[in-house]
Design a protein around this ligand. Structure first.
Ligand code: ASP
Ligand code: MG
Length: 395
């Protein structure tokens, strides 16, 4: 049995016209000889009646995380049932399942649960029965039957996990853009849809600010070696194919430019004793995640989310050092599996940013990316300059 998993986002399933387009995608895959398993997000965006954010508004402050999960899971369940109706209207046999019924077993971290395993027996049974299975995304169940959700954007993760468990040939993620772009098209009009990207590249891009797919979904797909396709519901093209490194030719130095705003930079200066251990322990104990970390004798620099800056300053407050906190920063990154071991990439990054007068305040790099901390008001300019310099393009 050739199984395909097709995931449709909240805006795609919000209207009957949208659902019809989704149905067409499902029936096309049947015509191509696939057996589809469909994953849906909650219908619409904030303000629309069954959207996740609208449901959250119902909860107020007094609802605990366990009940929040019960509430939020309803959005995707409603969506699954409504999409079943769309399929049945054209005579397609189908069954709607909650995440738990589909066999998604998670840990008990309510509102941000991790999938521990998928028990696919029920899915296999329904497929063998000739049905299209429509699964409510973004949710699972603990081993003792508690309903959980997978964190915002988690329907992508559902799709990847089901695809891996069913050994699907492909998981398709349909969105309102035509695929993974070389940069945010609102900033860079000449940004293009990437044809092929490796799992590693897309994971870096997602962590570094590209909003097109949930990084955990990519992780799971990579583990299961399931190719992912990111496609526009309206697009004619094939979208972006995300696959294993060997299937992707690394003939480009930089694949995409991403950015993340809302960062604060900390610079700590001290003379006598080495304070690095106590600094990092205190931040860790306070559950503050830090980034762009740089340690030198007598000097430590790092960034935190703007929203955590106050807390970070407080936990470090009484240590014998000078603490400088600067807000309003953004991290702009050039990501590309092809830059590994290639000399001169950093020189091009600096040259591009110099040309447009953007000052670099700190950097970090891995084998597949170079990130620069710049002032938030420079972020757009920096993204455009780097995109130009590397002529990031679809390949
Ligand atoms: N509806 C959920 C959210 O908005 C999950 C998803 O759409 O992927 O986060
Ligand atoms: Mg999403």
């Amino acid at each position: 049995m050739r199984i395909i998993v097709q995931k449709f986002g909240g805006t795609s399933v919000a209207t009957s016209e949208g659902r019809e387009k989704c149905r067409r995608r499902v029936t096309e895959s049947i015509e191509q000889g696939y057996r589809p398993v469909v994953v849906v997000s909650a219908m619409g965006r904030k303000g629309q009646p069954y959207a996740t954010d609208t449901l959250l508004d119902l909860a107020g402050d007094l609802v605990g995380e366990r009940e929040l999960d019960l509430l939020m899971s309803c959005g995707e369940i409603i969506s699954a049932v409504v999409f079943c109706r769309t399929l049945r209207e054209e005579g397609y046999p189908c069954v709607a399942l909650t995440g738990g019924q589909a066999g998604i077993i998670t840990d008990s971290s309510h509102t941000n649960a991790r999938i521990l395993r998928v028990v696919p027996e029920r899915l296999h049974r329904e497929l063998a029965d000739g049905k299209i299975v429509v699964v409510a995304g973004f949710q699972g169940m603990t081993a003792d039957g508690e309903i959980t959700t997978l964190g915002r954007g988690g329907s992508d993760t559902t799709a990847a996990a089901l695809a891996a468990a069913l050994k699907a040939e492909l998981a398709e993620i349909y969105t309102d853009v035509d695929g993974v772009m070389t940069a945010d098209p609102r900033l860079v009009p000449e940004a293009q849809v990437l044809t092929r990207v490796s799992y590693q590249e897309i994971m870096e891009m997602a962590h570094l600010g590209a909003k097109v797919i949930h990084p955990r979904a990519v992780e799971i797909a990579m583990e299961g070696q399931i190719p992912l396709a990111v496609k526009g519901l309206d697009g004619q093209g094939n979208g972006t194919l995300i696959g294993s490194y060997h299937t992707v030719t690394a003939d480009r130095v930089v694949t995409g430019i991403t950015h993340l705003k809302g960062l604060a930079q900390f610079i700590l200066r001290f003379n006598d004793e080495d304070l690095s251990l106590v600094v990092f322990q205190r931040l860790g104990n306070a559950q503050i995640s830090i980034d762009l970390i740089q340690v030198n004798p007598g000097l430590i620099a790092f960034t935190v989310l703007q929203s955590a800056a106050e807390k970070a300053r407080n936990v470090l407050g009484d240590l014998p050092m000078e603490v400088e906190v600067r807000s309003g920063f953004a991290k702009v990154s050039a990501v590309g599996g092809g830059m590994r071991g290639v000399p001169g990439v950093m020189a091009r990054v600096v040259a591009a940013l110099n040309r447009v007068g953007v000052r670099i305040h700190q950097t970090a790099d891995s084998h597949t990316n170079i990130s620069c901390l710049v002032e938030e008001s420079d972020a757009e300019k920096a993204v455009r300059a780097l995109h130009d310099e590397f002529n990031a393009r679809a390949k």
